[in-house]
Ligand binder design. Structure first.
Ligand SMILES: C[S@@+](CC[C@H](N)C(=O)[O-])C[C@H]1O[C@@H](n2cnc3c(N)ncnc32)[C@H](O)[C@@H]1O
Length: 307
């Protein structure tokens, strides 16, 4: 789908610009450029604008970003897990700042043919990168029940994971998003829990598994740290607790002088910190922003500075 104007409202743009300490003459990397909302904010923050590279797996989002940001910005179709190599190839090594805005964009959720939404009838796709072979359809229809239950439990933090996995296996083949939503809701016993649709967590798990999201976040954050100059900043925005806990753990480990297992009488790891944590408490959107953009409600930002 080609969109003329961006659909996605970027979250905490001002806080991102401040966290990265954007300066003219700096080189910044938007590792999840999407439709370019944060990148546009970074470019508009100072005059003359800094150098900027944007990376995304989603070609459709990149084409909107290209129209929005113009020729001066380097846009790359690829994964942030390769950040250091991409930065080197495109002349952004070392970088002054990097942003990881995790999760998915409104453009993706609102496009039924991408298969991300349980409210819109579409194929079970859920790939950020449409060149990838693994789709949600394959996971839903071919993974063994135990593996499905484990994914729904771990990535969806869904208490009724086993019942949902059983319902999915019995209902195979499942072809569409709305079919999966119905089966998952039935498996979970129907009805909304804490205000969310009963298929929400199953969909989150299928999306995260399709795109290897947790594994990628870890690889991406480590690659981003390696890409920064000393004093350069990394900002990471996450949208649910599982992601945020992982980001917190990765940054804390990188900031720590010792990563020995607890209980070791003396340090034997030889680890040296590569970052310092800029904010111990997460940065959250203002009430004004959450009133305007309800999707921002769950956003949490953590910032680290390369030593
Ligand atoms: C929350 S959206 C970013 C929105 C963007 N900040 C904006 O203002 O438009 C997250 C983006 O990350 C992209 N993405 C997810 N995993 C990725 C990866 N491993 N490498 C690069 N981009 C990825 C998705 O395709 C999606 O466009």
């Amino acid at each position: 789908m080609v969109t003329e104007s961006p659909r996605h409202a970027p979250v905490m743009v001002e806080q991102v610009v401040n966290a990265l300490g954007v300066e003219s003459g700096g080189a910044y990397i938007d590792c999840t450029v999407g439709e370019g909302g944060h990148s546009a904010g970074i470019m508009a923050a100072v005059e003359p604008p800094p150098r900027l590279m944007g990376i995304d797996l989603d070609e459709e989002a990149l084409s909107t970003a290209k129209r929005r940001l113009g020729e001066g910005v380097t846009l790359v179709h690829g994964s942030y897990i390769e950040l250091r190599r991409l930065a080197e190839v495109h002349g952004f090594l070392p970088a002054d700042g990097a942003l990881l805005d995790l999760g998915l964009s409104s453009l993706q959720v609102e496009s039924p043919e991408r298969g991300f939404s349980f409210m819109r009838e579409g194929p079970l796709d859920m790939r950020f990168d449409r060149r990838q072979e693994l789709t949600a359809r394959l996971i839903v229809n071919e993974y063994p029940e135990r593996e499905l239950a484990a994914l729904i439990h771990e990535l969806g933090e869904e208490r009724k994971s086993r019942r949902i996995a059983r319902a999915i296996v019995r209902a195979r083949p499942i072809r569409s998003t709305t079919e999966l939503a119905e089966v998952a809701a039935r498996g979970a016993g129907g009805g909304r829990r804490r205000g969310i649709h009963p298929a929400t967590r199953t969909f989150q798990a299928m999306r995260m598994a399709t795109n290897s999201e947790l594994e990628n976040v870890e690889r991406g954050a480590l690659s981003a740290i390696e890409t920064l100059r000393p004093g350069g900043r990394l900002a990471v925005i996450s949208y649910h607790s599982l992601e945020d806990r992982l980001v917190k753990r990765i940054l804390a480990r990188q900031a720590s002088a010792c990563v020995c297992p607890t209980g070791m009488p003396v340090c034997a790891c030889g680890h040296s910190p590569s970052v310092r944590l800029v904010n111990r408490r997460v940065i959250r959107p203002t009430d004004e922003e959450t009133a305007k953009n309800p999707r921002s409600r769950s956003a949490r930002m953590r910032v680290a500075q390369r030593i």
